[in-house]
Design a protein around this ligand. Structure first.
Ligand code: FAD
Length: 478
């Protein structure tokens, strides 16, 4: 099942980001877990063990699922594991290779659904559980890594282990947000609840950053009429209201937004997106009454639950010369106004004068730390409320990609200089020192868990955490 043809190697060497290429020596297309166990046993028994990298759907942007220099990439999708829904038991058992879109469709057929999602659903269960899995539901239900009851994991030692909070708990928490460093997730048990059928989907426009964040924080803190979903985004002339992620607005609504944007001196507008599932109409009315959006700038749609969850496409991924120099950052609430001045005004709004390259969608929405279990490998800023910033750039050619990477670097430098304790989500670092700083107090545990579950440092080398790059660029994150 090892493939070494040019086409297989070339596909395994690229990802959605289209920025980094690492060519493995072979691609394993497993048809059973035994194939993966055999591969790991073989590597562990070599005098110089080779790297093994599970690849879900390759939606990383900086080579995190790739591996070069004698490595084998495991194309998880070829497993075709079962999805079994136990509606009365309240869970779905799903292979780590399957996508969230497949989970949704299988669960809804039985009248149930998980509570926590990603915006885009064609990502593998193993891929998002290795990171976090966040969306507008996360403030209420927690990220996807907080919504797992049990997993089967093939460790770097080549053992198939069932783990949960009660059983092999160190492995369970290591793997959640563990960037594929400790084991390959082959099954996850995800809790489900009765599936809603409809979604009231609202977008509100703001021209004041303080009101925008005050209202988002109110929405994630209220104890009555709690929304099922809250997300925020930034609108500029370089990051328009309709984009590849979403074509929510009608032409009339777009021209209203465009004229408000022209009147706004900063060149920045903000949008809060709220969803109430079934029967939330009256609740929604009273919820909106307490919010300070621009009068007349509330837009409402009524859509099916599955249509709402399936709303995000994957952009220009198929076009060969398009790359995605994305950056995702968690920003602590205490640094918010400084971040606004230094990043949104001085970097993002200023960008519209500096270059004609469009910025891509900009997401900015709050999360609650109490929904993240500190025993998991995932890291967040050390505050109860923090914001997820997503800079989802698309660029053509290396020159444009370099422009966005300079923007990303500028933002990181600004935060470091001002002591704003951001954490990268879907992290990308070039030096071990940066990884140690990223994990902070968790670094010691992270290293200990690597020694325990993958002592030969075989798994997921694309992050360059335990296998430093040949060329060190100390201190330089991009
Ligand atoms: P891959 O890119 O294939 O792998 C990612 C990492 O996980 C690698 O280190 C790999 O080795 C490891 N891995 C893969 N499978 C397994 C496994 N079974 N067991 C252990 N490790 C494994 N993220 C969000 O949180 N919310 C979003 O709304 C969101 N939207 C996105 C939209 C788009 C268009 C894109 C491109 C990405 C988005 N992401 C989002 C990011 C996404 O969650 C991560 O990039 C995720 O890793 C992608 O899953 P994948 O299956 O493609 O993983």
């Amino acid at each position: 099942r090892l493939h070494t043809d040019t086409d297989s190697l070339s596909r395994a060497s690229a990802d959605y980001g289209n920025l980094i290429r690492e060519t493995p020596s072979a691609v394993l297309r497993p048809s059973s877990l035994d194939d993966i166990l055999t591969l790991l046993e073989f590597s562990n028994n070599c005098s110089a063990p080779f790297h093994v990298s599970p690849r879900g759907r390759g939606h990383s942007v900086r080579g995190q699922a790739a591996a070069g220099g004698g490595a084998v990439v495991v194309d998880m999708a070829s497993l075709g594991s079962p999805i079994s829904v136990d509606a009365s038991g309240g869970y779905v058992d799903v292979g780590g290779d399957r996508t969230w879109d497949e989970v949704l469709r299988a669960a809804v057929r039985e009248g149930v659904a998980p509570g926590s999602w990603t915006d885009y659903l064609h990502l593998s269960v193993g891929g998002t559980l290795s990171n976090g899995g966040i969306s507008g539901q996360s403030f209420r239900y927690g990220p996807q890594i907080s919504n797992v009851l049990e997993m089967d994991v093939i460790t770097g030692n080549g053992e198939l282990v069932t783990c949960s909070p009660e059983r092999n708990s160190d492995l369970f928490y290591a793997v959640l947000g563990g960037l594929g460093q400790f084991g390959i997730i082959t099954r996850a048990r995800i809790p489900v609840q009765p599936a809603p059928t409809r979604a009231k989907w609202v977008r509100l426009i703001y021209n004041d950053f303080r009101n925008f964040t005050k209202d988002q924080e109110h929405l994630i803190s209220t104890t009555t009429n709690v929304p099922n979903y809250v997300e925020g985004s930034i609108i500029t002339s370089h990051s328009p209201a309709n984009n590849w992620r979403s074509s929510y607005y009608s032409p009339t609504q777009l021209s209203k937004i465009a004229s408000l944007l022209r009147e706004t001196p900063t060149g920045l507008l903000y949008s809060i997106e709220i969803v109430m599932y079934d029967g939330g109409d009256r609740d929604l009315e009273s919820l909106l009454r307490n919010l300070d959006f621009v009068p007349g700038m509330a837009f409402v749609k009524d859509v099916g639950f599955v249509d709402f969850l399936s709303r995000v496409g994957n952009g220009a991924a198929e076009e060969e010369d398009v790359s995605h120099p994305w950056m995702n950052l968690f920003v602590p609430k205490s640094g918010l106004m400084e971040f606004y001045d230094g990043v949104f005004v001085d970097v993002i709004a200023a960008h519209r004068h500096a270059t004609t390259t469009p910025f891509g969608p900009i997401l900015f929405y709050p999360l609650r730390r109490n929904k993240w279990d500190d025993r998991m490998s995932a890291v967040t800023p050390p505050e109860e409320i923090f914001y997820a910033l997503g800079l989802l750039h698309s660029s053509r050619g290396q020159r444009e990609a370099a422009i966005f990477d300079r923007v990303n670097a500028k933002i990181m430098e600004f935060c470091n200089k001002r002591g704003i304790e951001t954490k990268q989500y879907l992290p990308y670092y070039k030096s071990p020192a940066n990884w140690a700083a990223h994990y902070g107090q968790k670094w010691e545990d992270f290293q200990r868990r690597k020694k325990t579950f993958d002592p030969n440092r075989i798994l997921s080398p694309g992050h360059f955490i335990f296998n430093p790059r040949d060329e060190q660029e100390e201190g330089d994150v991009w």
